[in-house]
Write a protein that binds this ligand. Structure first.
Ligand code: SF4
Length: 239
């Protein structure tokens, strides 16, 4: 019971970190919500929103993105982690969808409800647990918690889930779903993702500035990356 109480307090602390205004795009069609989920994974809302807008502004449509190079698409993801990997994943997703449906219209699928849509979208190899849960929460207002790697790591470190559980995205999502009431799900996701991406890095976490530093048992104990030794300067040639 004590652990449950402290976890509920932690949940409240995380929810408090959510930005006052929810800046995720509203009322996106299901297909665009899926594309947006690729932008939001391991990214703060503001940076993801810029990437998503650039995808829509720089290309005529999603089919043009499908036939573009990873380098061209990755320019939209500058400012997010691993722009090239994101571009390759998006192009692969668009290609798979195009081959399966000859277009990018999921409105008929959206009308079938969350479970059917998630089951069908899970067949695409670029659609992961985060994207499916993101669609569930944001597209269908389902009670679910999308978990990316930054959120998973942070949830384990602050003690919201057990360390073993935090090694697996799906297990972390299920554990958090039982802990977070539906009414707080959006704010919780926004808060935990912000802390995870901005402060709680794999290495060299910014615990000093983290808003959870006073309650986090791992504060100041996270791995540090070895400092790269400076290349020795070539000796000057004698004149
Ligand atoms: S105090 Fe450090 S380890 Fe704990 S959540 Fe914040 S950044 Fe992560």
């Amino acid at each position: 019971m004590a652990a449950t109480m402290s976890r509920q307090k932690l949940v409240s602390q995380v929810v408090e970190q959510a930005p006052q205004e929810d800046s995720a795009p509203k009322d996106l069609p299901l297909f665009e919500q899926l594309v947006y989920s690729l932008c939001r994974e391991d990214a703060e809302a503001a940076a993801a929103n810029i990437a998503f807008e650039q995808l829509k502004e720089r290309f005529f449509d999603f089919n043009e993105i499908r036939v573009s190079t990873a380098r061209e698409v990755s320019l939209c993801f500058e400012g997010l982690s691993d722009p090239r990997a994101r571009a390759l994943r998006l192009i692969s997703l668009l290609q798979d969808i195009f081959e399966a449906t000859y277009g990018f219209d999921f409105e008929a699928l959206a009308k079938k409800g969350a479970k059917t849509a998630q089951k069908q979208l899970a067949r695409y190899k670029s659609v992961n647990d985060f994207s499916l849960a993101w669609i569930g929460l944001r597209g269908f207002a389902e009670h679910t918690i999308p978990v990316d790697s930054a959120m998973r790591r942070c949830a384990g470190r602050i003690g919201l889930v057990e360390p073993e559980c935090a090694k697996d995205t799906e297990e972390t999502r299920v554990a958090l779903e039982t802990l977070i009431p539906q009414a707080k799900a959006v704010a919780f996701v926004e808060g935990l993702q912000l802390i995870g991406v901005r402060f709680c890095h794999e290495q060299n976490s910014d615990c000093t500035n983290c808003p959870l530093k006073k309650t986090c048992p791992e504060s100041g104990k996270t791995p540090t990356a070895p400092v790269k030794a400076a290349k020795p300067k070539a000796p000057k040639k004698p004149r």
